[in-house]
Ligand binder design. Structure first.
Ligand code: GLN
Length: 436
């Protein structure tokens, strides 16, 4: 936790206690202790985004998701650690401190929502909110053995989420069970007039839903070199379990998968460089004490306020957007993004869901990749396509290498969150299925 919101928690708890003693009806989440990634605004509470540049920033309003959860009567315990501005895969890019994996404290919890995933895994709260731009809910959920949902782009309002890459960002829940994930998702989703990209979820009826009626696609491009053999084995065993339960398994092809990572690492930094332009040392946030002119205020405030990874992304993004390079990088990446989206559309003509690993390895060691950004970026290989295509995806524990959890990624068609959650729940209930 970067901030513990004791007063807010006690206030909410007291309110719910009073309602209970007055025999009033309360919501399903009333009194439930939860945590919030520190890039989601809570009125009058510090919001740092894991950055020195916002070290003393007090949020002036509630994010829409927070407004909704407060109405439900959730008890917000505090703000969780993250990679600075959600840029990273291990939470080691936080400007403040390291978060460790509760299952093995020599390892990372994943990132960027590492604090949220560790808090749920460590039973410090029942659920937490994270944000996912390229895997930041799914990968830490997977590393910590929790359930994480990245909703369809537009399903959950982004109002009050500190922007990283606006065409990719989504808020979602990290929980212990699939059922909890569905409950939280149902309460935070929906159109919000404060976010023009948000939409009302179309009603999708799943009346005939049964595992033996579904077809699962397994993309051949996702089981290639670089993936840990243990991870591959565990994920394939999970796929077998679905086959035993009666699902049809089919190989599918997502031919542009190899371009997803380069495409993401052009688009995300480009959008980030535009979004982060607002931290200029004038409007809000850190401002350098001594400077000879306005230009020096801008330059020095950014230089001293932002960490190395954030500065790297700003440079990559600014370069990709600059005159003369725009067509070769940004525009080309946008075209590749369309191809990646089309791949999924094509595959989803034949299958109900697509199964992949969440990450090529289980939780890695603290310090193992932090000095090599390219290796760190490579760990996002299975998660970024989903954001580029705007699809919903669930991360679900499906086995272990020693103490370390391995996650199965279940990708769905747009707005079919409920379906992928139901598919996920079948794996949780597989043991019952075996015994029945
Ligand atoms: N690890 C990815 C990145 O560093 C994704 C981060 C995220 O989803 N916020 O950009």
């Amino acid at each position: 936790f970067l901030t513990v919101t004791e007063d807010l928690a006690l206030f909410q708890a007291k309110k719910i206690d009073d309602m209970i003693s007055e025999d009033r009806e309360i919501s399903i989440l009333a009194g439930i202790p939860m945590a919030v990634k520190d890039n989601i605004l809570i009125e009058n509470i510090k919001c740092t985004a894991g950055s020195k540049i916002l070290e003393n920033y007090i949020a002036p309003y509630d994010a829409t998701v927070i407004k909704k959860l407060k109405i439900e009567g959730c008890v917000i315990l505090g703000k969780t650690n993250l990679d600075e501005f959600a840029m990273g895969s291990s939470t080691e890019n936080s400007a403040f401190f390291l978060t460790k994996n509760p299952h093995d404290i020599t390892r990372v919890p994943g990132g960027s929502s590492g604090g949220s995933a560790a808090a749920v895994a460590g039973s410090l709260c029942i659920f937490a909110l994270g944000s996912d731009t390229g895997g930041s809910i799914r990968q830490p959920a997977s590393f910590c053995g929790m359930v994480g949902l990245k909703p369809t782009y537009g399903a959950v309002s982004r109002y009050g989420l500190i922007a990283f890459a606006s065409s990719l960002d989504q808020i979602g829940p990290i929980t212990k069970t699939v059922e909890d994930c569905q409950i939280v998702f149902d309460l935070i989703k929906g159109k919000d007039e404060m976010d023009s990209t948000s939409v009302e979820m179309p009603e999708i009826r799943n009346s005939k839903f049964e595992i033996r009626n579904i077809k699962i696609g397994v993309p051949k491009e996702y089981f290639v070199k670089g993936i840990d053999p243990e991870v591959e084995k565990i994920v394939k065993t999970a796929v077998k379990k679905y086959e035993e339960m009666g699902a049809k398994i089919e190989e599918v092809s997502l031919p542009h998968t190899e371009y997803a990572l380069p495409c993401y690492y052009i688009i995300a930094p480009s959008e980030a460089s535009a979004n982060l332009a607002r931290y200029d040392g004038i409007k809000y946030g850190y401002s350098v004490k001594k400077a000879k002119d306005l230009m020096e205020v801008y330059l020095k405030s950014k230089e001293e306020g932002f960490g190395a990874e954030v500065r790297r992304r700003i440079m990559l993004g600014t370069y990709a957007l600059s005159a003369g390079y725009y067509e070769a990088y940004y525009l080309r990446a946008q075209k590749v993004r369309t191809l990646i989206r089309n791949d999924f559309e094509e595959a989803f003509k034949n299958v109900d869901a697509i199964f992949t690993p969440v990450s090529p390895t289980p939780a890695f060691k603290l310090g193992e990749k932090i000095d090599d950004p390219l290796t760190m970026y490579l760990s996002d290989i299975f998660t970024v396509s989903v954001n580029l295509a705007g699809l919903p995806a669930l991360s679900l524990p499906c086995g272990k290498v020693g103490r370390l959890s391995v996650g199965l990624q279940i990708i769905g068609k747009p707005f079919e969150e409920t379906k992928i959650l139901a598919i996920g729940q079948a794996l949780e209930e597989y043991a019952n299925y075996k015994n029945s």
